[in-house]
Design a binder for this molecule. Structure first.
Ligand SMILES: Nc1ncnc2c1ncn2[C@@H]1O[C@H](COP(=O)(O)OP(=O)(O)OP(=O)(O)O)[C@@H](O)[C@H]1O
Ligand SMILES: [Mg+2]
Length: 300
């Protein structure tokens, strides 16, 4: 990763705002304790979020007496694949819902491309949601619709494209995910891995700037998981954008993560570029990333 530095990617050396971007990163790093090796993060697309595509500061959220997010601070770098790792029930799906304004914090802020999500008007929020492609935990396909119609759905809902234009996009996305021969089938006729890939194709049809994956690997065997991760990486290379992958699978994090944040008990324990995280001396991060039985994480 060392060769992929900010400076290497700016033609003719650091661009005029390269230093400013690293300053911005460092400032947030100071606030949140994120661990970023200087030059470790590639950053080839400056706009629209500048360094951080998304950041959450001091986010609290409880349901009744259940305090789920407890002062969560995290930044998601623009243009990279970031992984949010955490044990079951720690609030990963709750966090994703805050990013797209399906849930709102009790306090704290969520900023997407410089705009505060909780402060948006509903009409602005609906526009901003269109920046996102989302792969839900279970694929969330419509059971009564063919795969083709499922993938075409966002285009029919949100664009005035004619059916032949839609067909071009849908067919291209089905080819991308290796489902070109399955367009006529309904979800119940597909394997779990195929449903995930179909959900991924649907998440990509509107050309999202940010793609959120809620446990893309849950319910898949290790080989299918590795193949799906490969696909995520390949799509990211082809289309760019900011990918946020929520998972508790360390192998997936290792395979595709460029930036990693570890969530536990409603807070980020540590975040940083993949290398610094896998070398972390934080006891919880070490336990979690090494799958150790010994450490602060128990069955409670
Ligand atoms: N809409 C809601 N109303 C009340 N409680 C909720 C709601 N959504 C989530 N919770 C609670 O918030 C906590 C965190 O849930 P969440 O789904 O975010 O966990 P997770 O980290 O995604 O877990 P998993 O890895 O199992 O998917 C749980 O205790 C859950 O019961
Ligand atoms: Mg979840």
């Amino acid at each position: 990763m060392a060769e992929d530095t900010l400076d290497d990617r700016s033609p003719g050396g650091p661009g005029p705002d390269a230093a400013a971007l690293l300053d911005q990163a460092a400032e947030f790093q100071d606030e949140t304790g994120a661990d970023i090796h200087e030059g470790a993060l590639r950053h080839d697309e400056r706009v629209p979020g500048e360094f951080w595509s998304i950041y959450c500061s001091d986010v609290y959220k409880k349901f009744g007496r259940n305090e789920v997010l407890r002062g969560l601070d995290v930044g998601i770098p623009e243009g990279m694949i970031s992984i949010i790792l955490g044990p079951s029930g720690t609030g990963k799906s709750v966090l994703i819902k805050h990013l797209i304004g399906l849930l709102f914090p009790d306090s704290g802020d969520i900023v997407v491309h410089g705009e505060s999500v909780p402060k948006m008007t509903l009409s602005r929020l609906l526009e901003v949601r269109r920046k996102f492609g989302i792969l839900f935990q279970d694929g969330a396909l419509f059971g009564s619709m063919s795969l083709y119609d499922n993938v075409a759905f966002p285009l029919r809902q949100h664009t005035d494209y004619k059916e032949d234009q839609i067909a071009e996009i849908v067919n291209a996305r089905l080819v991308d995910v290796g489902l070109q021969n399955a367009g006529d089938r309904v979800p119940s006729e597909l394997s779990g891995g195929m449903r995930k890939r179909a959900g991924f194709a649907r998440a990509l049809v509107l050309g999202p700037e940010i793609v959120l994956f809620d446990e893309p690997d849950s319910g898949l065997d290790p080989v299918r998981t590795a193949l799906l991760c490969d696909l995520i990486k390949q799509m990211h290379e082809e289309n760019g954008g900011t990918y946020v992958v929520i998972t508790h699978d360390i192998a997936s994090a290792r395979q595709i993560g460029e930036y990693i944040a570890v969530l536990w008990k409603g807070k980020i324990v540590q975040s940083g570029d993949a290398k610094s995280m896998f070398e972390s001396s934080n006891p919880f991060v070490r336990q979690f990333l090494n799958r150790d039985v010994q450490g602060p994480l128990g069955m409670e």
